[in-house]
Design a protein around this ligand. Sequence first.
Ligand SMILES: *Cc1c(COP(=O)(O)O)cnc(C)c1O
Length: 415
Amino acid sequence: MGGTRATLTREAARALDAADPLRPFRDRFRLPPGVVYLDGNSLGPLPAIAVDRLLGVMEAEWGDGLIRSWSAAGWIDQPTRLGAKVARLVGADDEEVLVADSTSVNLFKLLAAALKAAPDRPVILTEAGNFPTDIYMAQGLAELMPGVEVRTVGRDSLASALDERVGVLLLTHVHYRTGEAFDMAAMTRAAHDHGALALWDLSHSAGAVPVELGAAGADLAVGCGYKFLNGGPGAPGFLYVARRLQARLRSPLAGWLGHAAPFDFADTYQPADGLKRFLCGTPPILGMAALEAGLDIMLDADRDALFAKSQALCDAFISAVEARCGGLGLELVTPRTGPRGAQVSFRHADGYPVMQALIAEGVIGDFRAPDVLRFGFPGLYLGFEDVWRAASALQQVLASGGWRDPAYSTRAAVT
Ligand SMILES: *Cc1c(COP(=O)(O)O)cnc(C)c1O
Protein backbone atom coordinates (compact mmCIF):
# COMPACT_ATOMS: atom_id res chain seq x y z
CA MET A 1 0.00 0.00 0.00
CA GLY A 2 2.95 2.33 -0.59
CA GLY A 3 0.79 4.52 -2.79
CA THR A 4 -1.71 5.19 -0.02
CA ARG A 5 0.79 6.33 2.58
CA ALA A 6 1.11 9.78 4.11
CA THR A 7 1.85 11.45 0.80
CA LEU A 8 -1.52 10.58 -0.78
CA THR A 9 -2.12 13.28 -3.38
CA ARG A 10 -5.32 13.79 -5.26
CA GLU A 11 -3.64 12.48 -8.41
CA ALA A 12 -2.38 9.37 -6.66
CA ALA A 13 -5.83 8.81 -5.19
CA ARG A 14 -7.44 9.11 -8.61
CA ALA A 15 -4.95 6.65 -10.06
CA LEU A 16 -5.80 4.12 -7.35
CA ASP A 17 -9.50 4.57 -8.06
CA ALA A 18 -9.00 4.20 -11.81
CA ALA A 19 -7.26 0.86 -11.23
CA ASP A 20 -9.88 -0.38 -8.76
CA PRO A 21 -11.89 -3.34 -10.10
CA LEU A 22 -14.68 -2.58 -7.59
CA ARG A 23 -15.11 0.94 -8.93
CA PRO A 24 -18.25 0.14 -11.00
CA PHE A 25 -20.17 -0.70 -7.82
CA ARG A 26 -20.24 2.98 -6.91
CA ASP A 27 -22.66 3.60 -9.78
CA ARG A 28 -25.10 1.13 -8.29
CA PHE A 29 -25.84 3.57 -5.47
CA ARG A 30 -27.58 6.93 -5.58
CA LEU A 31 -25.08 9.13 -3.81
CA PRO A 32 -25.81 12.87 -3.93
CA PRO A 33 -23.27 14.76 -6.05
CA GLY A 34 -20.58 16.54 -4.09
CA VAL A 35 -21.06 14.52 -0.94
CA VAL A 36 -18.39 12.28 0.55
CA TYR A 37 -20.50 9.79 2.45
CA LEU A 38 -18.61 8.28 5.36
CA ASP A 39 -21.61 7.21 7.41
CA GLY A 40 -22.60 4.01 5.64
CA ASN A 41 -21.75 2.27 8.89
CA SER A 42 -24.80 3.98 10.37
CA LEU A 43 -27.15 4.18 7.38
CA GLY A 44 -26.02 2.73 4.08
CA PRO A 45 -26.81 4.72 0.91
CA LEU A 46 -29.71 4.00 -1.45
CA PRO A 47 -29.09 1.18 -3.95
CA ALA A 48 -30.38 2.38 -7.32
CA ILE A 49 -32.22 -0.91 -7.92
CA ALA A 50 -34.10 -0.51 -4.64
CA VAL A 51 -36.25 2.20 -6.20
CA ASP A 52 -37.46 -0.01 -9.06
CA ARG A 53 -37.80 -3.05 -6.85
CA LEU A 54 -39.95 -1.21 -4.33
CA LEU A 55 -42.11 0.25 -7.06
CA GLY A 56 -42.51 -3.23 -8.51
CA VAL A 57 -43.45 -4.74 -5.19
CA MET A 58 -45.91 -1.93 -4.53
CA GLU A 59 -47.57 -1.82 -7.92
CA ALA A 60 -47.50 -5.42 -9.15
CA GLU A 61 -47.34 -7.44 -5.95
CA TRP A 62 -49.27 -5.30 -3.50
CA GLY A 63 -51.43 -3.33 -5.94
CA ASP A 64 -52.40 -6.08 -8.39
CA GLY A 65 -51.56 -9.23 -6.48
CA LEU A 66 -53.12 -8.16 -3.21
CA ILE A 67 -53.39 -10.94 -0.63
CA ARG A 68 -52.44 -13.51 -3.27
CA SER A 69 -48.87 -12.23 -3.19
CA TRP A 70 -48.17 -13.88 0.16
CA SER A 71 -47.93 -17.14 -1.78
CA ALA A 72 -47.69 -16.13 -5.44
CA ALA A 73 -44.90 -13.59 -4.94
CA GLY A 74 -43.27 -15.61 -2.18
CA TRP A 75 -43.71 -12.93 0.46
CA ILE A 76 -44.12 -15.51 3.19
CA ASP A 77 -40.69 -16.97 2.43
CA GLN A 78 -38.82 -13.67 2.56
CA PRO A 79 -37.35 -14.23 6.05
CA THR A 80 -35.72 -17.52 5.07
CA ARG A 81 -34.88 -16.53 1.48
CA LEU A 82 -33.14 -13.34 2.53
CA GLY A 83 -31.66 -15.16 5.52
CA ALA A 84 -29.88 -17.49 3.10
CA LYS A 85 -28.38 -14.44 1.35
CA VAL A 86 -27.14 -13.00 4.63
CA ALA A 87 -25.77 -16.44 5.54
CA ARG A 88 -23.33 -16.19 2.64
CA LEU A 89 -21.94 -12.97 4.08
CA VAL A 90 -21.41 -14.30 7.59
CA GLY A 91 -20.10 -17.81 7.01
CA ALA A 92 -23.27 -19.65 7.96
CA ASP A 93 -25.46 -22.28 6.30
CA ASP A 94 -28.64 -21.23 4.52
CA GLU A 95 -30.86 -22.76 7.20
CA GLU A 96 -29.09 -20.93 10.02
CA VAL A 97 -30.04 -17.31 9.30
CA LEU A 98 -33.40 -15.53 9.31
CA VAL A 99 -34.14 -11.95 8.36
CA ALA A 100 -36.70 -10.68 10.85
CA ASP A 101 -37.52 -8.01 13.38
CA SER A 102 -34.90 -5.52 14.57
CA THR A 103 -31.49 -6.24 15.99
CA SER A 104 -32.75 -5.27 19.45
CA VAL A 105 -35.71 -7.65 19.27
CA ASN A 106 -33.53 -10.44 17.93
CA LEU A 107 -31.15 -9.91 20.83
CA PHE A 108 -34.06 -10.32 23.20
CA LYS A 109 -35.24 -13.51 21.52
CA LEU A 110 -31.83 -15.18 21.47
CA LEU A 111 -30.73 -14.09 24.93
CA ALA A 112 -33.97 -15.28 26.50
CA ALA A 113 -33.88 -18.56 24.59
CA ALA A 114 -30.31 -19.25 25.69
CA LEU A 115 -30.95 -18.41 29.34
CA LYS A 116 -34.12 -20.47 29.47
CA ALA A 117 -32.25 -23.49 28.12
CA ALA A 118 -29.62 -23.33 30.90
CA PRO A 119 -31.39 -22.32 34.13
CA ASP A 120 -28.33 -23.06 36.26
CA ARG A 121 -26.38 -20.42 34.30
CA PRO A 122 -28.24 -17.16 34.87
CA VAL A 123 -25.48 -14.66 34.02
CA ILE A 124 -25.18 -12.67 30.80
CA LEU A 125 -21.58 -11.53 30.49
CA THR A 126 -20.94 -8.56 28.24
CA GLU A 127 -18.46 -5.78 27.64
CA ALA A 128 -18.75 -2.49 29.51
CA GLY A 129 -19.21 0.10 26.78
CA ASN A 130 -20.92 -2.33 24.42
CA PHE A 131 -23.54 -0.77 22.13
CA PRO A 132 -26.30 0.46 24.46
CA THR A 133 -29.14 -1.66 23.10
CA ASP A 134 -27.17 -4.83 23.76
CA ILE A 135 -26.69 -3.93 27.41
CA TYR A 136 -30.21 -2.55 27.82
CA MET A 137 -31.91 -5.59 26.31
CA ALA A 138 -29.91 -7.78 28.68
CA GLN A 139 -30.89 -5.56 31.62
CA GLY A 140 -34.54 -5.67 30.59
CA LEU A 141 -34.42 -9.46 30.49
CA ALA A 142 -32.81 -9.56 33.92
CA GLU A 143 -35.82 -7.64 35.25
CA LEU A 144 -38.17 -10.08 33.60
CA MET A 145 -36.46 -13.39 34.40
CA PRO A 146 -35.96 -14.03 38.11
CA GLY A 147 -32.34 -14.74 38.99
CA VAL A 148 -30.89 -13.46 35.74
CA GLU A 149 -27.99 -11.01 36.13
CA VAL A 150 -25.98 -8.89 33.74
CA ARG A 151 -22.25 -8.77 34.35
CA THR A 152 -20.42 -6.02 32.44
CA VAL A 153 -16.64 -5.92 32.55
CA GLY A 154 -13.90 -4.21 30.55
CA ARG A 155 -12.69 -5.77 27.36
CA ASP A 156 -9.52 -7.15 28.88
CA SER A 157 -11.34 -8.79 31.80
CA LEU A 158 -13.93 -10.69 29.76
CA ALA A 159 -12.05 -13.97 29.61
CA SER A 160 -11.37 -13.97 33.34
CA ALA A 161 -14.99 -13.07 34.13
CA LEU A 162 -16.23 -16.28 32.52
CA ASP A 163 -17.26 -18.84 35.11
CA GLU A 164 -19.75 -21.67 35.60
CA ARG A 165 -22.61 -19.21 36.21
CA VAL A 166 -22.30 -17.52 32.81
CA GLY A 167 -24.91 -18.74 30.35
CA VAL A 168 -24.25 -16.32 27.50
CA LEU A 169 -21.23 -14.31 26.48
CA LEU A 170 -22.75 -11.41 24.53
CA LEU A 171 -20.25 -9.46 22.46
CA THR A 172 -20.34 -7.02 19.59
CA HIS A 173 -17.76 -8.24 17.11
CA VAL A 174 -16.68 -4.80 15.85
CA HIS A 175 -17.04 -2.10 18.45
CA TYR A 176 -19.32 0.70 17.28
CA ARG A 177 -17.23 3.50 18.74
CA THR A 178 -13.63 2.31 18.43
CA GLY A 179 -13.88 -0.08 15.50
CA GLU A 180 -11.79 -2.64 17.37
CA ALA A 181 -12.70 -6.25 16.55
CA PHE A 182 -12.68 -9.31 18.75
CA ASP A 183 -11.07 -12.55 17.70
CA MET A 184 -14.40 -14.32 17.30
CA ALA A 185 -13.01 -17.85 17.31
CA ALA A 186 -10.86 -17.25 20.39
CA MET A 187 -13.62 -15.62 22.45
CA THR A 188 -16.12 -18.26 21.40
CA ARG A 189 -13.67 -20.95 22.49
CA ALA A 190 -13.21 -19.20 25.84
CA ALA A 191 -16.99 -19.14 26.32
CA HIS A 192 -17.29 -22.81 25.41
CA ASP A 193 -14.43 -23.76 27.74
CA HIS A 194 -16.64 -22.46 30.56
CA GLY A 195 -19.81 -24.04 29.24
CA ALA A 196 -21.35 -20.75 28.05
CA LEU A 197 -22.85 -19.92 24.67
CA ALA A 198 -21.40 -17.11 22.55
CA LEU A 199 -23.83 -14.58 21.04
CA TRP A 200 -22.26 -12.18 18.54
CA ASP A 201 -23.69 -8.86 17.45
CA LEU A 202 -22.56 -8.38 13.84
CA SER A 203 -24.09 -4.95 13.28
CA HIS A 204 -20.74 -3.42 12.31
CA SER A 205 -19.32 -6.61 10.79
CA ALA A 206 -21.76 -8.06 8.27
CA GLY A 207 -20.80 -6.65 4.89
CA ALA A 208 -17.81 -4.84 6.42
CA VAL A 209 -15.30 -7.51 7.34
CA PRO A 210 -14.95 -11.27 6.84
CA VAL A 211 -17.18 -13.16 9.28
CA GLU A 212 -17.10 -16.94 9.61
CA LEU A 213 -19.69 -17.86 12.19
CA GLY A 214 -19.54 -21.56 11.41
CA ALA A 215 -15.76 -21.82 11.43
CA ALA A 216 -15.57 -19.77 14.63
CA GLY A 217 -17.96 -22.18 16.34
CA ALA A 218 -20.34 -19.32 17.14
CA ASP A 219 -23.61 -20.33 18.73
CA LEU A 220 -25.85 -17.34 18.14
CA ALA A 221 -25.66 -14.01 16.33
CA VAL A 222 -27.71 -10.98 15.41
CA GLY A 223 -27.07 -8.06 13.08
CA CYS A 224 -28.36 -5.04 11.36
CA GLY A 225 -29.74 -4.59 7.83
CA TYR A 226 -29.41 -0.84 7.37
CA LYS A 227 -25.67 -0.31 7.98
CA PHE A 228 -23.13 -2.06 5.76
CA LEU A 229 -25.86 -4.15 4.09
CA ASN A 230 -27.47 -0.98 2.71
CA GLY A 231 -31.02 -2.16 3.39
CA GLY A 232 -32.57 1.24 4.08
CA PRO A 233 -33.68 3.09 7.20
CA GLY A 234 -35.14 0.69 9.76
CA ALA A 235 -34.44 -2.34 7.55
CA PRO A 236 -35.15 -5.64 9.27
CA GLY A 237 -32.29 -7.24 11.16
CA PHE A 238 -31.13 -10.84 11.09
CA LEU A 239 -30.50 -13.65 13.52
CA TYR A 240 -28.35 -16.76 13.41
CA VAL A 241 -28.79 -19.94 15.43
CA ALA A 242 -26.25 -22.71 14.85
CA ARG A 243 -28.04 -25.75 13.53
CA ARG A 244 -26.95 -27.89 16.50
CA LEU A 245 -28.88 -25.60 18.86
CA GLN A 246 -32.06 -25.02 16.88
CA ALA A 247 -34.07 -27.88 18.38
CA ARG A 248 -33.01 -27.00 21.94
CA LEU A 249 -33.83 -23.29 21.96
CA ARG A 250 -37.24 -21.66 21.94
CA SER A 251 -38.13 -18.09 21.21
CA PRO A 252 -39.78 -16.25 24.09
CA LEU A 253 -41.87 -14.37 21.52
CA ALA A 254 -44.13 -17.22 20.51
CA GLY A 255 -45.70 -15.47 17.55
CA TRP A 256 -47.89 -17.34 15.12
CA LEU A 257 -45.39 -17.39 12.25
CA GLY A 258 -42.96 -19.31 14.45
CA HIS A 259 -45.60 -22.01 14.95
CA ALA A 260 -45.15 -25.44 13.40
CA ALA A 261 -48.36 -24.96 11.39
CA PRO A 262 -49.42 -21.30 11.46
CA PHE A 263 -52.34 -21.84 9.12
CA ASP A 264 -53.88 -24.57 11.26
CA PHE A 265 -54.88 -21.74 13.62
CA ALA A 266 -54.59 -24.04 16.62
CA ASP A 267 -55.06 -22.73 20.16
CA THR A 268 -51.79 -24.08 21.47
CA TYR A 269 -48.34 -22.92 20.47
CA GLN A 270 -46.01 -25.48 19.10
CA PRO A 271 -42.70 -24.21 17.75
CA ALA A 272 -41.72 -24.96 14.18
CA ASP A 273 -38.90 -27.38 13.64
CA GLY A 274 -35.66 -25.64 12.91
CA LEU A 275 -34.95 -21.98 12.62
CA LYS A 276 -38.45 -20.82 11.69
CA ARG A 277 -39.40 -21.04 15.36
CA PHE A 278 -37.52 -17.76 15.72
CA LEU A 279 -40.01 -15.94 13.54
CA CYS A 280 -42.60 -13.94 15.37
CA GLY A 281 -45.09 -11.91 13.32
CA THR A 282 -45.72 -10.82 9.75
CA PRO A 283 -42.59 -9.71 7.87
CA PRO A 284 -42.34 -6.11 6.56
CA ILE A 285 -42.40 -6.81 2.84
CA LEU A 286 -41.46 -3.34 1.58
CA GLY A 287 -38.51 -3.19 3.95
CA MET A 288 -37.51 -6.69 2.92
CA ALA A 289 -37.52 -5.68 -0.76
CA ALA A 290 -35.20 -2.75 -0.08
CA LEU A 291 -32.88 -4.92 2.00
CA GLU A 292 -32.74 -7.53 -0.75
CA ALA A 293 -31.56 -4.85 -3.19
CA GLY A 294 -28.67 -4.03 -0.86
CA LEU A 295 -27.83 -7.69 -0.30
CA ASP A 296 -27.83 -8.48 -4.01
CA ILE A 297 -25.28 -5.78 -4.74
CA MET A 298 -23.03 -6.96 -1.95
CA LEU A 299 -23.29 -10.56 -3.13
CA ASP A 300 -22.17 -9.52 -6.62
CA ALA A 301 -18.87 -8.18 -5.29
CA ASP A 302 -15.69 -10.19 -4.75
CA ARG A 303 -15.80 -10.08 -0.98
CA ASP A 304 -12.12 -10.69 -0.32
CA ALA A 305 -11.30 -7.77 -2.60
CA LEU A 306 -14.05 -5.67 -1.03
CA PHE A 307 -12.92 -6.21 2.55
CA ALA A 308 -9.27 -5.67 1.62
CA LYS A 309 -10.17 -2.41 -0.11
CA SER A 310 -12.14 -1.19 2.92
CA GLN A 311 -9.07 -1.79 5.08
CA ALA A 312 -6.85 0.00 2.57
CA LEU A 313 -9.22 2.99 2.64
CA CYS A 314 -9.05 3.02 6.45
CA ASP A 315 -5.23 2.89 6.35
CA ALA A 316 -5.13 5.68 3.78
CA PHE A 317 -7.44 7.86 5.85
CA ILE A 318 -5.44 7.36 9.05
CA SER A 319 -2.20 8.24 7.23
CA ALA A 320 -3.68 11.24 5.46
CA VAL A 321 -5.25 12.65 8.62
CA GLU A 322 -2.09 12.15 10.62
CA ALA A 323 -0.02 13.78 7.89
CA ARG A 324 -2.31 16.81 7.58
CA CYS A 325 -3.84 17.29 11.00
CA GLY A 326 -0.90 16.88 13.38
CA GLY A 327 -1.21 19.22 16.37
CA LEU A 328 -4.90 19.90 15.66
CA GLY A 329 -6.26 17.96 18.62
CA LEU A 330 -7.09 14.60 17.06
CA GLU A 331 -6.24 11.29 18.65
CA LEU A 332 -6.66 7.99 16.80
CA VAL A 333 -9.02 5.63 18.62
CA THR A 334 -9.23 2.79 16.10
CA PRO A 335 -6.46 0.18 16.12
CA ARG A 336 -3.79 1.18 13.61
CA THR A 337 -3.20 -2.46 12.78
CA GLY A 338 -4.83 -5.66 13.86
CA PRO A 339 -8.42 -6.68 13.79
CA ARG A 340 -10.82 -3.82 13.21
CA GLY A 341 -13.95 -2.96 11.26
CA ALA A 342 -14.34 -0.80 8.15
CA GLN A 343 -14.42 2.41 10.16
CA VAL A 344 -11.97 4.89 11.67
CA SER A 345 -12.54 6.96 14.79
CA PHE A 346 -10.65 9.93 16.10
CA ARG A 347 -11.18 11.56 19.45
CA HIS A 348 -11.44 15.38 19.57
CA ALA A 349 -12.45 17.42 22.62
CA ASP A 350 -14.96 19.35 20.46
CA GLY A 351 -15.99 16.40 18.37
CA TYR A 352 -19.63 17.40 17.95
CA PRO A 353 -19.16 20.85 16.38
CA VAL A 354 -16.16 19.62 14.38
CA MET A 355 -18.34 16.94 12.79
CA GLN A 356 -21.14 19.41 12.11
CA ALA A 357 -18.69 21.75 10.38
CA LEU A 358 -17.35 18.86 8.35
CA ILE A 359 -20.87 17.85 7.30
CA ALA A 360 -21.44 21.44 6.18
CA GLU A 361 -18.42 20.92 3.89
CA GLY A 362 -20.13 17.86 2.35
CA VAL A 363 -18.15 15.23 4.25
CA ILE A 364 -20.68 13.21 6.21
CA GLY A 365 -19.46 11.16 9.14
CA ASP A 366 -20.97 10.99 12.59
CA PHE A 367 -20.28 11.75 16.22
CA ARG A 368 -20.48 9.34 19.11
CA ALA A 369 -20.56 10.78 22.61
CA PRO A 370 -18.56 11.85 24.41
CA ASP A 371 -15.87 12.88 21.94
CA VAL A 372 -15.56 10.54 18.97
CA LEU A 373 -15.59 11.48 15.28
CA ARG A 374 -16.49 8.35 13.34
CA PHE A 375 -15.87 7.70 9.65
CA GLY A 376 -17.03 4.57 7.81
CA PHE A 377 -15.17 3.26 4.74
CA PRO A 378 -17.28 0.68 2.91
CA GLY A 379 -15.23 -0.20 -0.14
CA LEU A 380 -18.35 -0.90 -2.18
CA TYR A 381 -18.93 2.73 -3.09
CA LEU A 382 -16.02 4.75 -1.71
CA GLY A 383 -12.64 5.39 -3.25
CA PHE A 384 -9.29 6.93 -2.45
CA GLU A 385 -10.28 10.33 -3.77
CA ASP A 386 -13.03 10.33 -1.14
CA VAL A 387 -10.34 9.67 1.45
CA TRP A 388 -8.31 12.56 0.08
CA ARG A 389 -11.31 14.90 0.11
CA ALA A 390 -12.32 13.92 3.63
CA ALA A 391 -8.83 14.42 5.05
CA SER A 392 -8.51 17.77 3.27
CA ALA A 393 -11.86 18.96 4.60
CA LEU A 394 -11.02 17.84 8.12
CA GLN A 395 -7.73 19.70 7.99
CA GLN A 396 -9.47 22.80 6.71
CA VAL A 397 -12.20 22.71 9.37
CA LEU A 398 -9.70 22.21 12.20
CA ALA A 399 -7.00 24.60 10.99
CA SER A 400 -9.45 27.42 10.25
CA GLY A 401 -11.36 26.97 13.50
CA GLY A 402 -14.52 27.14 11.39
CA TRP A 403 -16.17 24.61 13.70
CA ARG A 404 -16.29 27.29 16.43
CA ASP A 405 -19.30 28.87 14.72
CA PRO A 406 -22.04 28.52 17.36
CA ALA A 407 -24.41 27.13 14.72
CA TYR A 408 -22.42 23.88 14.83
CA SER A 409 -22.92 23.34 18.55
CA THR A 410 -26.70 22.86 18.56
CA ARG A 411 -27.30 19.19 19.06
CA ALA A 412 -29.62 17.41 16.64
CA ALA A 413 -31.90 14.63 17.89
CA VAL A 414 -29.75 12.05 16.10
CA THR A 415 -25.98 12.52 16.16
C1 LIG B 1 -26.76 -0.27 15.15
C2 LIG B 1 -26.65 -1.33 16.20
C3 LIG B 1 -27.78 -1.95 16.71
C4 LIG B 1 -29.13 -1.46 16.24
O1 LIG B 1 -30.21 -2.07 16.84
P1 LIG B 1 -31.67 -1.70 16.28
O2 LIG B 1 -32.55 -2.60 17.00
O3 LIG B 1 -31.64 -1.90 14.80
O4 LIG B 1 -31.91 -0.26 16.58
C5 LIG B 1 -27.63 -2.97 17.62
N1 LIG B 1 -26.39 -3.34 18.03
C6 LIG B 1 -25.28 -2.75 17.57
C7 LIG B 1 -23.94 -3.19 18.04
C8 LIG B 1 -25.37 -1.71 16.65
O5 LIG B 1 -24.29 -1.10 16.20
